[in-house]
Every structure is written in structure tokens, then in C-alpha cells.
Design a protein around this ligand. Structure first.
Ligand code: X5A
Ligand code: ZN
Length: 664
């Protein structure tokens, strides 16, 4: 698997700017690039990347999407005086030209293509392009919304023709609708385009009816254009993550792209004067992290908008940190999507249900009377009143912690010859400690052998390090997974963990003490044997057993149930125990574990049977290297599984609100 993260940046893209008075265009300033790059340097991120040289895009590349006539128009701006530039700009909507616009637009696009080349050739795993002018509003023969060439659209065509990529996902998290990308790929089923955007029933720029949820693509491309219009400002972390769980990601997994391109506008972040949304910088870490589980981790993140310099640069930094596989900070804020967001989500799911099997059995309906319709002037929101610079200064200090010195602690019997990769430390010592004897005897007295004592003793030591962030995560091999898990839960709580999210897979002979005081949330994934237990808010079960799993639909359970539950609960520690007779496959377990690293600052304890070589190696891939892998192929879930989950959901979603994907 490829490794490393590429970064594209060049100062020369700051050499154009607005030359006359135009309040609409005045926000798109050269400092957008320099302040972002500066912040990346301050965080020490630039040096950790493979820095790619920039280049100009060729005319052949530009005309993959744009008309030769338009290319000529842009070319001519090189030699224009200010009046002529103004004249040309006026032919388009919210556009401005400068003598250096053409040169910068070629660099911006060329830089994007450099990134695509680096990722597609396997020189790097992923990367980010800090470029301007942006691209997603630009159309075949039109400049629009500060965009000259459509960088991401050309990148998609380029990847298709040069690398024979058959399926590309474009995620447009800019706060504006990338209508340019929509027009270009509307009838193309090889490109799945997702955009959320401030819409307010069409009253927000670019004021197009085709930005609404019911534009789903045309002809063979029907179902491959996904619009999620926000009808209210102030959308925040919970709304964005809910949109990913309930709209984008199920479709994206079912689509199974070979490349992910992100139209990464940060005007959807807090403090932005255009978007007036509330998502904090770490939200972009979470979005990025989730997308890294598609396409074998081949993801290119390309800058679009973002006009609050501090917010922009913090969000850019959080995105790049995540590509570099640093721990994901916990997502802040109440994990409750707002009513208006749920209305939008419900409608987007409804119109796409006929085209995507993972939505098919949802029996959705359209929201008839959208609650915000008719509200004219938006209410001022909290973030408007805030000094966003001050807020962010504080906020980043609060959420960013030093990366633990050890990535993975491994608890293994002395004689177990593991090939330990770099970054792994073996937990030493603790043979037959009294503490282990005491811990075990609470649950079971007959099984006190040295191997078990040794395993539990070491695990107890490593939990202390995990809780106190001396290690990012831990893999504990055990001769008795259920016993170890029961001991671990107790110990974590004693050490001060307030909320442990505990997932068990396969048979567990010992039940951990479930106190129902909210300190642990237990989720059991079982196969055939129905377990006789009463579900509660903190102890839930579901059956997932698909038989032979060369192709899996477990992603559905993850997105519809497990992750929203975990995000609602906001744990400070994740435990995953894998017992015998697992009903999900190794890749499913890897995907589950990898995605759960988005929670609890990445503090994950995985407890595995010491004989399970395959699982151990998959888990170390995910936990030690945060390796990107192909988790697919996937198949859509069956009606039976969807309906089983639905039953569980109907009870749980009133308390755990990220589970809800309908307004009511
Ligand atoms: C790339 C981008 C916004 C244009 C807004 C015009 N363009 N009112 O964010
Ligand atoms: Zn934008």
C-alpha cells in the first residue's frame, strides 16, 4: 500500500487580486493561501508532507472540461488593462479577472493534476492542494463565483482518461453549491457528486432551483448527483456528521469509488461571513477521516472557498493532520442534529431511495411542509456575535493534545513471536501480580493459570497508559477474551474513564457487569445464537451474520447504527472485544475499528484471542499504521437486516439523536 501525504502549494498563486471595488468579490484575497500555509508550518505539518512542485495545466487538460472559445477568452485577459478586465469580468457572475489570473488558474489546475498523479501512481497515499483560484463554480464556457477553471472536474476527467478510473466520488463540502461540477457530470454515472450547501429555499447565492435536493442527475447519470441543501444557517458539527452518516456515506460505500476528490471549501466552517455556519475545525478532521475509508485511502483534497482567514487556516490544518494520520480530536458540541437539517436529510434520502439499495427499504416520505419556508431574514446566530479569532485560539488549545509517545502497546505472551512493526511497544512485566489475581477472581476462580494472569496483569498496566494517554491505543492478546474484557471495563472505570463504548463481536462466555449508570455503553454484534438479554439505553444488540463474506454489507450497520450511536454517546475510551465464532469478517472488524478511531481521541483497546493471527494482523494494520486499505468489496444489505436494525433504532433514536435521519 502507498504511504505518505502530498502537499501542493506555490506562492505564485497569490499574484492576482481584485483591482476594483466589488464587495461581492472582495473576500477572495491572496492571504487565504499564505495564512493557511503559515498555519500548517506553525503546526509542523508542512515538513511531514511530500511537497509536490507545481506546474501549469496544458491546453489539452483545460479542454477536457472547458470549451476552446472560453479558453481563448481567459487567455486574452493576460494583456488587458483594468477597464478591459472589468468588462470581461462583468460578462460572468461573481467573477473577476487580473492579468495574472490565467497564469494562476493554470497553476491551480496544474497543481491539482500533480496531486492526482502522485496519488494515482502510488507515490503517496493521499494529499492536499492549497490553490487559488478555486474551481467548483466554473462551467464549460463560464467563469463564476471566483472560479476560472474547474479544477476538480478536470481532475476527474483526467483520472478517468489517464488512469482508466471507472468510479470517482466528488465530495463538495464548500458551503456553496458547486453547480459547475453538477452541470459537467449530470449525466455521467462514473462520477458520484455530493454537495451540501447553504440554500435557504433558493434565496442564497447562486439562487438556482437545480441546487435543490430533487436534482438527482440526468439520463444514465440519474441517482449520481446528490444535493443536500441547508435551509437554515448555523449548521454545526452534528448536522455535518449526520449528513455524512445518513446521506453521503451509505451511497459512497455502495458506489465503492476508486478515487475520492474533495472540493474542500472551508466557508462551511465557523466564522465564515459567506456561510454563517458553525462547524468547528476538528469537524473537518472527522469528515476527512471517514472519507479515508473509501477507495483504499486514495483521496485528493482540493481547496475551494473559505473566507475567514483564521477559521480557514485552522480547518485546513485539521484536514491535513488527519491525512497524515494524527489522532482525531474529539468532536465538540452537542451531538443532536437540528430539525431543519433532518428535514433536508430526509428529503435527500427520499429522492435517492429508488437508485441506491441501501436506502431502498426505508419507506421514506418527503417532508411536505418544510418548517423554515417563509422565514425571511435569518435570525442572528451565536457564532455571529462571537469574536471568532479569540474563540478559535481557545478552542484549538482545548481540543488539541500532544500525540502520545507510543502509538500501540501490545499485550502478548512472552513466547508469542509477533513481527512487531515500528511504533509498537510490548507491554512488559506483571507476571502473576496480585492485582491480576484479584481482578480475575471477581469473575472466575477456576481458570487461574499463569498465561491468563500474565495477560490480564499486563493489560491492567497498559490500560493505565491508555487512559493517561501515554499510548494512543492498545492491542491485548488474551487466552480468554471475555474475561479480559470484563476486567478491562472495570479497570477503565476505576481509572476515571467516564464513558466507555464497548463493542463485542462473537461469543462471550462472561458477561461484563453492566451497571446501566451510563459509564459504559455496550453493543453486542451476534451471529446465530440469540442472546437472552434485555436491551437498554446502554446495552444494545444486533444480529449480523451474512455467511461467507468475500463481499460484505456490514458498512450499512456501521453507518446506520454503530457509528451514530458512538458519536451520540461521546465516549472517552473505545473497547473492542473479539470472541470466538465471529459473525462478521476480518475486513469488517478492521473497518469497524478504524472508523471508531474517530472517537475518544483515538483511544482504542482491542482485545483479541491470542490464536487469531489474521485478526491480530488486520488490527495492527489499522491501529499501528492507520494503514489505508481496501475494506470492500461491498454488497447492499438485505431487507431483513435493514428491518432488524430499524426495530432497535426506533427505541434508541429518541435518546441517541445521531441515529435519527428523519424529521418528525
Ligand atoms: C469558491 C466560492 C463563492 C462565490 C460567492 C459569490 N465561491 N457571492 O466559495
Ligand atoms: Zn464557497
Amino acid at each position: 500500500m502507498a504511504s505518505g501525504t502530498a502537499l501542493v502549494y506555490d506562492e505564485e498563486m497569490m499574484s492576482y487580486q481584485l483591482l476594483w471595488d466589488d464587495p461581492e468579490c472582495a473576500i477572495e484575497v491572496p492571504e487565504r493561501l499564505s495564512s493557511s500555509y503559515k498555519r500548517l508550518q506553525d503546526y509542523g505539518l508542512v515538513n511531514r508532507c511530500v511537497q509536490l512542485p507545481i506546474r501549469e495545466a496544458t491546453e489539452d487538460e483545460i479542454t477536457l472540461v472547458h470549451s476552446p472559445e472560453y479558453l481563448e477568452v481567459v487567455k486574452k485577459t493576460q494583456t488587458m488593462d483594468v477597464d478591459e478586465l472589468k468588462e470581461t469580468s462583468k460578462k460572468f457572475i461573481a467573477a473577476y479577472f487580473h492579468q495574472k489570473s490565467y497564469r494562476c488558474a493554470k497553476l491551480s489546475l496544474g497543481g491539482t493534476l500533480q496531486l492526482v498523479d502522485a496519488v494515482m501512481s502510488g507515490d503517496v497515499q493521499n494529499g492536499m492542494a492549497l490553490i487559488r483560484p478555486p474551481g467548483h463554480h466554473s462551467q464549460r464556457s463560464e467563469s463564476n463565483g471566483f472560479c476560472v477553471f474547474n479544477n476538480v472536474a478536470v481532475a476527474a476527467e483526467y483520472a478517468k482518461s489517464k488512469y482508466n478510473v471507472q468510479r470517482i466520488l466528488i465530495v463538495d463540502w464548500d458551503v456553496h453549491h458547486g453547480q459547475g461540477i453538477q452541470y459537467i457530470f449530470e449525466d455521467d454515472p462514473s462520477v458520484l457528486y455530493f454537495s451540501w450547501h447553504r440554500y435557504e429555499h433558493g434565496s442564497f447565492w447562486p439562487n438556482l432551483s437545480e441546487s435543490d435536493y430533487d436534482s438527482i442527475g440526468k439520463g444514465r447519470g440519474t441517482g449520481f448527483n446528490v444535493n443536500l441543501p441547508w435551509n437554515q444557517i448555523g449548521m454545526g458539527n452534528a448536522d455535518y456528521v449526520a449528513a455524512f452518516f445518513h446521506v453521503l456515506l451509505p451511497l459512497a460505500f455502495e458506489f465503492n469509488p476508486q478515487l475520492v476528490l474533495v472540493s474542500a471549501g472551508y466557508d462551511s466552517g465557523i466564522g465564515d461571513p459567506e456561510g454563517r455556519m458553525c462547524a468547528t475545525p476538528e469537524c473537518f478532521s472527522h469528515l476527512t477521516h471517514m472519507l479515508m475509508h473509501l477507495a483504499g485511502g486514495r483521496i485528493c483534497i482540493i481547496l475551494e472557498g473559505g473566507y475567514h482567514l483564521r477559521s480557514l487556516s485552522e480547518s485546513v490544518s485539521m484536514t491535513l493532520r488527519t491525512l497524515l494520520k494524527d489522532p482525531i480530536p474529539r468532536l465538540s458540541g452537542e451531538m443532536i442534529p437540528c430539525y431543519s437539517a433532518l428535514e433536508s436529510i430526509q428529503n435527500a434520502r427520499h429522492v435517492h431511495a429508488p437508485y441506491w439499495k441501501c436506502l431502498l427499504y426505508d419507506e421514506t416520505s418527503l417532508v411536505q411542509e418544510i418548517s423554515t419556508k417563509g422565514l425571511s431574514t435569518p435570525e442572528p446566530i451565536d457564532a455571529d456575535a462571537l469574536d471568532v479569532d479569540d474563540f478559535l485560539e481557545n478552542h484549538m488549545k482545548k481540543i488539541l493534545h500532544p500525540t502520545p509517545p507510543v502509538t500501540t502497546l501490545v499485550v502478548a505472551p512472552a513466547e508469542n513471536k509477533l513481527n512487531l512493526p515500528e511504533g509498537v511497544q510490548l507491554q512488559e512485566g506483571a507476571l502473576t501480580s496480585q492485582k491480576a489475581i484479584d481482578a480475575i477472581s471477581v469473575f472466575n476462580q477456576d481458570e487461574l493459570n499463569d498465561n491468563l494472569l500474565n495477560s490480564v496483569g499486563k493489560m491492567l498496566l497498559s490500560i493505565e497508559k491508555l487512559v493517561n494517554r501515554k499510548t494512543r491505543n492498545c492491542i491485548a492478546l488474551s487466552p480468554n477474551v471475555a474475561l479480559s474484557a470484563a476486567v478491562a471495563i472495570k479497570e477503565a472505570s476505576l481509572l476515571g474513564s467516564k464513558r466507555v463504548f464497548f463493542v463485542t463481536v462473537g461469543n462471550m462466555d462472561i458477561e461484563p457487569e453492566m451497571t446501566n449508570d451510563g459509564k459504559t455503553m455496550c453493543l453486542t454484534i451476534f451471529g446465530e445464537k440469540e442472546v437472552e438479554r434485555t436491551p437498554s439505553q446502554y446495552h444494545t444488540f444486533f444480529k449480523w451474520n451474512e455467511g461467507p463474506r468475500d463481499c460484505s454489507s456490514f458498512f450499512y450497520a456501521l453507518l446506520r447504527f454503530l457509528l451514530p450511536l458512538a458519536y451520540s454517546y461521546q465516549p472517552d475510551l473505545i473497547m473492542i472485544a473479539i470472541g470466538s465464532k465471529k459473525s462478521i469478517g476480518t475486513k469488517d472488524i478492521a473497518l469497524l475499528t478504524s472508523l471508531l478511531q474517530g472517537l475518544a481521541d483515538g483511544a482504542v483497546l482491542a482485545i483479541v484471542k491470542e490464536t487469531e493471527k489474521e485478526i491480530i494482523s488486520a488490527l495492527s494494520n489499522v491501529l499501528v499504521n492507520c494503514s489505508s486499505m481496501f475494506f470492500g468489496p461491498y454488497k447492499p444489505p438485505t431487507k431483513e437486516y435493514i428491518q432488524n436494525l430499524k426495530q432497535e433504532l426506533s427505541v434508541l433514536q429518541t435518546k441517541w439523536r445521531m441515529l435519527q435521519c428523519f424529521a418528525k
